[in-house]
Design a protein around this ligand. Structure first.
Ligand code: AMP
Length: 634
């Protein structure tokens, strides 16, 4: 360990107090065509401009840069357990494929600053398309393949893409999911029409091409086999992409990311958080439609000169050992997933975890939702490697809270995603007064003092006012970025996330985080997963209602067994949190309503529990979940 890494607290302090010197050092981790003249321009808060005057290119740093040393090393490992296909692209091959895609985009007039919308399953061509965009200075806007036509249409209208890259279909659990009809419908709904649609035909579903608009990728690729498309050097502040995320309103926000700051932030994270080395293999099980997929399937592993595994399929198909078989086969060193996926595995035979040689694996990082202690313990016991929680948001692009073990190894404390990461000046704020809470274990809004570090959102696409109003003005009396999460920090600087500020429930005047109740119930040995929502109560304002997935549904067939377990759970909450937190009911269900990315659809759950219309459910994984609950509630 170098001196610079000797002490995390000092490392973090320097990143805030000696910000420019700190980030100037990190900026050396990437290649610049022109080095930055100014590290951070914070003259117009809350808009931060990083590495001003520098010019660089994300694709150059992710691909071309490695050709000299590792052209023949694997770069992209595209695996589909849905179609049974597996293909390894070396850096040289990836370079060629990206240039072919870039040439195709250019042939439709795509230039620096234009948008390209990518609506694709987890196939290699999606990665080519993303890299091709940033290669020529165009912005990609990836829309998650699980979104249906109206969500897609609003994103097309907002992004106004010149070209859309899509595919005939995805596949999930062995079932073909056609994309093209949804895209056609979205294009009919949208007032913006792209110049061209490039369609990757996987031969999964018939897809009619609309003459003059739709083009077959394979045929276009043939025309550009020897394409040489140089990287377009762009300013560090040039946007690399937009990615839509939902807010409290129905209108999605286009999170806009820069180029230089993002490249530096990701490259630095690979060193200080992930301890990654060139030639190693990274397997992130997210989807390119989400921020985790952008950062840790595509860009960061490639920036670090690693191989990245891109996986289409479920974690339990053909069986619950599929991930671990890939770890064994490709000697995966770094794995990144989400707690939900682990809870899915937890319901399977643990033997699957022991069937494969996973000795290459150094650690498993989990993010996207709270990692409950029982789940963390279960996977930790099963894998016997460090399990590292990390907390962040679409807006930040990389972790806000975690353990920077590359700086200084620190023990995990399950239930906590860790400490504030370097670059993030994290504060806990009293939401009523805007005052900073400095004592240990005080509960406040997790907020970040500006400037946000490199890699975080620059603004909301074409809506600076919304960026300022939404994120920087929600806390009274100060200009500070709100994460909209509740948190506490213990005396050692470990944070605990207690749920969204917008999910707070108020029971008889007591404020409760649904997350706290969930943790308590999830700790019951017979419960696999649980969600708690606040439900309107005429006496107490709100009461907590729990929806629990039992580990052994067969053992809960009769009413008496259900009542006994419900009583046991209530007793547990009484004992651990106090009667005030006790749910009014615990319903046992087979499934929780979730988005395809595994986020609980809390509002829909709450609406159904209150016998209201659950609203827009286009992102929902399986509608049966809500129907089951509706039936139980009568
Ligand atoms: P998204 O932008 O969809 O990634 O969602 C970000 C939100 O997910 C955060 O504001 C948190 O509410 C939640 N979240 C993400 N990671 C974690 C984590 N490690 N622990 C607890 N909550 C998390």
């Amino acid at each position: 360990m170098s001196d610079e890494h000797a002490n995390f607290a000092e490392f973090h302090r320097r990143s805030i107090e000696d910000r420019d010197a700190f980030w100037a050092e990190q900026a050396r981790l990437i290649e610049w065509q022109t080095p930055p003249q100014q590290i951070c321009d914070w003259s117009n808060p809350p808009f931060a401009r990083w590495f001003v005057g520098g010019t660089t290119n994300l694709c150059h740093n992710a691909v071309d840069r490695h050709l000299a040393e590792r052209a023949q090393q694997p770069a992209l490992i595209a695996v589909s357990s849905e179609t049974g296909s597996e293909r390894v692209y070396t850096y040289a091959e990836l370079h060629q494929e990206v240039q072919r895609m870039a040439a195709v985009l250019q042939s439709f007039g795509v230039q620096k600053g234009d948008r390209v919308l990518i609506y694709m399953p987890m196939i290699a061509e999606a990665a080519f398309a993303m890299l091709a965009c940033v290669r020529i200075g165009a912005l990609h806007s990836v829309v998650f393949g699980g979104f249906a036509s109206s969500s897609l249409a609003t994103r097309i209208e907002d992004a106004e893409p010149r070209v859309i890259v899509s595919a005939d279909a995805g596949s999930r659990g062995g079932k073909v999911v056609p994309y093209k009809p949804l895209l056609d419908e979205a294009l009919a709904l949208s007032s913006h029409k792209p110049e061209a649609v490039v369609l990757v035909d996987r031969g999964l579903a018939p897809a009619a091409l609309q003459s003059g608009r739709d083009h077959d990728w394979a045929a276009l690729r043939e025309q550009h086999l020897d394409a040489q498309v140089p990287c377009v050097w762009v300013e560090a502040t040039h946007p690399s992409y937009t990615l839509y995320t939902s807010g409290t309103t129905g209108r999605p926000k286009g999170v806009q990311r820069d180029t230089g700051g993002y490249a530096v932030a990701l490259a630095a994270s690979m060193r200080h958080i992930f301890m990654a080395e060139p030639g190693q293999t990274y397997f992130c099980t997210s989807d390119i439609g989400w921020v985790v997929g952008h950062s840790y399937i595509i860009y960061a592993p490639l920036l670090a000169g690693m191989a990245t595994v891109m996986y289409e399929g479920l974690p339990i198909r053909p069986d619950a050992g599929i991930w671990w078989s890939l770890v064994e086969k490709y000697r995966v060193t770094h794995m990144f997933s989400a707690p939900t996926a682990v809870r899915v595995l937890k319901k399977q035979d643990p033997e699957y975890l022991r069937k494969h040689d996973i000795s290459s694996l150094k650690a498993l990082w989990l993010a996207g939702e709270p990692l409950d202690e029982p789940t963390a313990n279960w996977i930790s016991d099963a894998l016997r490697i460090p399990i590292i929680d990390n907390y962040w948001q679409t807006e930040t692009g990389w972790p806000i809270l975690t353990l920077c073990n590359g700086v200084q190894p620190q023990p995990s404390r399950f239930g906590s995603p860790g400490k504030a990461v370097y670059g993030y000046n994290v504060k806990l704020i009293d939401e009523a007064t805007g005052e900073e809470l400095t004592e240990p274990n005080q509960k406040g809004v997790v907020a970040i003092e500006g400037p946000l570090p490199p890699g975080c959102l620059q603004t909301v696409w074409r809506d600076d006012a919304r960026f300022v109003e939404t994120y920087w003005k929600s806390i009274p009396n100060r200009l500070i970025y709100s994460t909209f999460d509740w948190g506490i920090r213990d005396a050692d600087g470990y944070y605990f996330i207690l749920g969204r500020t917008d999910d707070v429930i108020n029971v008889a005047g007591h404020r409760l985080g649904t997350r706290e109740i969930e943790e308590c119930i999830a700790g019951h040995p017979r419960i696999a997963e649980v969600a708690v929502v606040g439900v309107a109560d005429t006496l107490k304002g709100q009461s907590a209602m729990a929806f629990a997935v039992p580990r052994d549904a067969a053992g809960l067939q009769d009413e008496a067994a259900r009542q006994a377990l419900e009583a046991e759970i209530m007793k547990r909450v009484d004992a651990q949190l106090g009667a005030v937190a006790r749910p009014s009911r615990v319903l046992f269900v087979n499934l929780l309503p979730k988005t395809r990315s595994g986020k609980l659809l809390r509002r829909a759950l709450q609406a159904v529990a209150e016998r209201r219309d659950p609203g827009d459910l286009t992102t929902m994984e399986d509608p049966a979940a809500l129907r089951e609950i509706q039936a139980q509630l009568g």
